[in-house]
Design a protein around this ligand. Structure first.
Ligand code: ADP
Length: 220
C-alpha cells in the first residue's frame, strides 16, 4: 500500500548499516521507504521490507519524485562512497526533508555532512570501536556514551559498596556517579534507591560524566 509520509522514515543506502536501520524501524512500527541504486540489493531487501525502490539518491529530482520532501525523517546510510553520501544529503536538503540523519565514516566526512545540511551525524564504526575498547580494557560489562560526554555503564559492584545501603556508601559524593539500577544474579534489574542494599556479585547500572564513570568502573 501507500506509505504515509508523516509516519514514515526513508532509509537511503541498504548496506549493512542501512538495512539494520530499516529493519529495526520496521520492527518499531514505522513505515519505511528504502532506497538503493543497486538492483541486487533492492531485490534482496524486498524480502524483508515492504517499500523498496531502486533509484540514484544523488539526484534531487529523483528524490522529489519519490516524495521525499514530505518525509520528516530521512537516514542517509551511504558510507564508503563519500561523494554519493554528500550529494544525497544535499539533495535531501534541497527537497526539504525536515530532519536528515547521516552516517559518516570519519570526522572530516561528518563535518562535511553537517555543513551540507545533515542535522544528525552518526559514526557507527567509531562509536562501536570505542565501546568495545571499554569492554575489553575495563571492568565494564556494557558502555553507552551520549553526545555530551555522559555515559551509562554496566559494571560489578565495588567491594566498598557491598553489604551497605547505597545511601550509606556515598558513591555519588566520592565518585560523582549515580547508581541507577541493581541486579542480583538470576533476577531482573531493580531501580536503585538510597535503601537498596548491594550484595557481593551484584551488577550495577551506573550513570554520570564519562570520565567519572570510567574512573568508578576501574575501582570495581
Ligand atoms: P555499509 O558499510 O553499512 O555496508 P556501504 O556504504 O557499503 O554501507 O553501503 C551503502 C549502500 O548505499 C550500498 O548498498 C550502495 O549500493 C548504496 N548507494 C551508494 N550510492 C548510492 C546512490 N547514489 N543512490 C542510492 N544508493 C546508493
Amino acid at each position: 500500500g501507500e506509505v504515509t509520509p508523516e509516519e514514515a522514515v526513508a532509509v537511503i543506502g541498504l548496506g549493512r548499516f542501512g538495512s539494520a536501520v530499516a529493519d529495526s524501524l520496521t520492527r518499531l512500527g514505522h513505515e519505511v521507504l528504502a532506497i538503493d541504486e543497486r538492483a541486487d540489493i533492492v531485490q534482496r531487501s524486498a524480502e524483508s521490507l515492504a517499500h523498496v525502490v531502486q533509484a540514484d539518491s544523488t539526484e534531487s529530482a529523483v528524490l522529489a519524485q519519490l516524495g521525499l520532501g514530505e518525509f520528516d525523517h530521512v537516514v542517509v546510510a551511504i558510507g564508503t562512497d563519500i561523494e554519493a553520501s554528500v550529494l544525497t544529503v544535499l539533495a535531501c536538503e534541497e527537497v526539504g526533508v525536515r530532519e536528515i540523519w547521516a552516517k559518516a565514516i570519519n570526522a572530516k566526512h561528518g563535518q562535511i555532512l553537517h555543513r551540507t545540511g545533515a542535522h544528525h551525524v552518526v559514526y557507527p564504526e567509531a562509536a562501536m570501536g570505542e565501546r568495545v575498547a571499554h569492554l575489553v580494557s575495563g571492568k565494564m560489562m556494557d558502555f553507552i556514551e551520549f553526545d555530551d560526554g555522559f555515559a551509562i555503564v554496566k559494571t560489578k559492584a565495588p567491594t566498598e559498596a557491598v553489604d551497605k545501603r547505597l545511601g550509606d556508601s556515598r558513591l555519588r559524593s566520592k565518585y560523582g556517579v549515580t547508581v541507577v539500577g541493581v541486579k542480583k544474579t538470576g533476577e531482573d534489574f531493580t531501580y536503585a534507591t538510597a535503601e537498596t542494599v548491594v550484595a557481593e556479585g551484584d551488577t550495577l547500572i551506573v550513570s554520570g560524566a564519562t570520565t567519572k564513570v570510567e574512573a568508578f568502573a576501574s575501582t570495581t
